[in-house]
Ligand binder design. Structure first.
Ligand code: GTP
Ligand code: MG
Length: 512
């Protein structure tokens, strides 16, 4: 809606976590004195910070790739790796953070507000931290997790310092054009302006922004005319400027009653929590169109009344540019005062936004059909993180992963989903990590999850049929008979002495 919307896509790469260390302490006369491998450091976060001193996203246009530091690896002697420092990126107030699909992630509206746009990776535990009473000397450590890598889109809605309000055709857009380089549409019919126009004014050393708002009429708060909807574009303004038309030909209208009606409508506008109601902000009055003789007369006539009500009044013409200089300096003064007040305010409690929280305990088991049979896919924060932490070249580390998965109840869930021994199980998206599943559960109650009358144990191909058993039995019997016959032949041939005979008997007992 507003003009001057700045837009930039940031490519972020947060620091990776450092790997944990495997190390064993050595002491004199005690070469294996316990594990002492330190933990890896955490990768640094990339944090957006709403900063009143920053006014543009230009710096990010020029350098859109940003990354934070990696965590250091753990070391022996219980030395932990250093954490990677966070990277803070200042953004102007009013910056809206979105993902690539346009979903809003954060509105950086409060000074000092922080948004963790890319969290750093967790460091891996060293073998010292992994030792327990049961596992006294772990021969493995956990790997560090990669930091978040992805894009965010920053959108800046420029926030006007001064909002110009008034009736349609009062000359608001003309005034924006006269004070700044902006060239909004100007015409002699009501509601020419359909969205706010923004202009930058330079008055002496002070530079500030002004925005006109579509004209307001009586009943605007009930939706008449274009309603009050557009005031949200200026609801963060420091000051208001009432533009009053002194040369209107409408019967029944005059600057004073126009002002009263606008004030009533503005009073009905609900500002967001934590902001000053519009009418409690500083306000100036511009009596416009004094290049028209009747206009000047009327302006002179009402000035005293308005001043009595406490307003500073400026008689101006956007055509002849009379009075504009004084007006622009008076506005600059208000803006400067407002800025000083904000700077003097005690810093608000820091608001920290994190990327949408997910339930870490949650995971899903999905069955996917494939050309090699069913695949059981496990998706979830914890299982996927654990896999990332596992050094698959280390059997102990793999065993530790299996224990963790079992504790989470993954086996039971796989059974319920229909997995059997030898099924293909994938953890994570895409290729993920692929396992041939070997269940460790053995108790009958857990095994019998199939309908009554069937039993998962019978489905396995490891159980022999009775035919198979019978044939092995006969094979063995034949072999025994063969061995006996052989011994008999040897004895008859006189190869045996009596004392050796016992061996044959012993062999037979063993065979039984
Ligand atoms: N004579 C004279 N005419 C003016 C002056 N300022 C504006 N006008 C005329 O008034 C008419 C309305 O001016 P705009 O600037 O479009 O008024 P606006 O307040 O923006 O009106 P909306 O956008 O409809 O709310 C135009 O025809 C302008 O030329 C002035 O100082 N003197
Ligand atoms: Mg206009």
């Amino acid at each position: 809606m507003t003009t001057f919307v700045d837009n930039v896509t940031l490519h972020l790469r947060a620091g990776h976590g450092g790997n944990g260390c495997v190390s064993v302490r050595r002491e004199k006369f005690k070469p294996l004195a316990g594990p002492d491998g330190g933990n890896g450091g955490h990768g640094g976060d990339i944090i957006l910070v709403a900063d009143p001193q920053t006014t543009t996203l230009l710096g990010y246009h020029r350098a859109p790739h940003r990354s934070s530091a990696n965590g250091g690896p753990g070391m022996g002697d219980h030395r932990a790796g250093a954490n990677g420092g966070d990277l803070e990126l200042p953004v102007p107030l009013g910056t809206v953070v979105k993902d690539r699909d346009g979903n809003e992630l954060a509105d950086m509206s409060e000074p000092g507000m922080r948004f963790i746009a890319a969290p750093g990776g967790q460091g891996g535990l060293g073998n010292a931290a992994l030792s327990t009473t049961k596992r006294k000397a772990p021969g493995f450590a956990l790997l560090g997790i990669p930091g978040y890598e992805g894009d965010v889109v920053l959108e800046l809605k420029t926030v006007a310092d001064v909002a110009l309000v008034g009736y349609p055709s009062a000359g608001k857009s003309s005034l924006v054009a006269a004070l700044s380089a902006a060239r909004p549409k100007i015409a002699d019919y009501p509601f020419t302006t359909l969205h706010p126009n923004l202009g930058v004014v330079q008055a002496g050393d002070v530079r500030y922004t002004i925005a006109d708002v579509p004209g307001l009429i009586e009943g605007a708060s009930e939706g008449k005319g274009l309603g009050l909807e557009f005031l949200r574009h200026v609801e963060r303004c420091t000051a208001l400027l009432h533009v009053l038309d002194c040369a209107t030909l409408d019967p029944g209208r005059d600057p004073i009653s126009d002002l009263d009606i606008i004030l009533t409508e503005l009073a009905a506008y609900p500002v967001p929590e934590g902001q000053k109601p519009l009418l409690e902000r500083p306000q100036l009055i511009a009596l416009n169109k004094i290049d028209v003789p009747e206009g000047r007369e009327l302006a002179d006539f009402v000035t005293a009344d308005l001043e009595e009500r406490g307003y500073r009044v400026f008689e101006i013409s956007t055509v002849s540019h009379e009075g504009l200089r004084q007006l622009s300096f008076a506005l600059a003064e208000l803006v400067e005062q407002g800025r000083a007040e904000i700077a003097a305010e005690p810093p608000r409690e820091r608001i920290v936004l994190r990327p949408s929280a997910v339930n870490e305990q949650d995971y899903t088991v999905k069955v996917e059909g494939g050309s090699y049979g069913d695949i059981y896919r496990i998706l979830g924060v914890k299982p996927e993180r654990w896999v990332a932490q596992t050094d698959f070249a280390n059997d102990e580390a793999v065993g530790f992963l299996a224990d963790r998965l079992a504790k989470l109840g993954v086996e039971e869930r796989l059974f319920k989903a229909g997995a059997i021994a030898g099924s293909t199980v994938v953890i994570g998206k895409g290729e993920g990590i692929i396992f041939d599943w070997e269940p460790t559960l053995t108790s009958t109650a857990e095994l019998i999850t199939a309908p009554r009358g069937t039993d998962a144990r019978l489905d396995g191909d490891r159980r022999r049929t009775s035919d198979e058993r019978r044939s092995t039995y006969f094979e063995r019997m034949d072999a025994k008979a063969e061995a006996r016959a052989e011994l008999e032949r040897e004895r008859e041939a006189g190869l045996w002495k009596d004392s050796d005979h016992t061996e044959g008997t012993a062999m037979e007992t063993e065979e039984r």
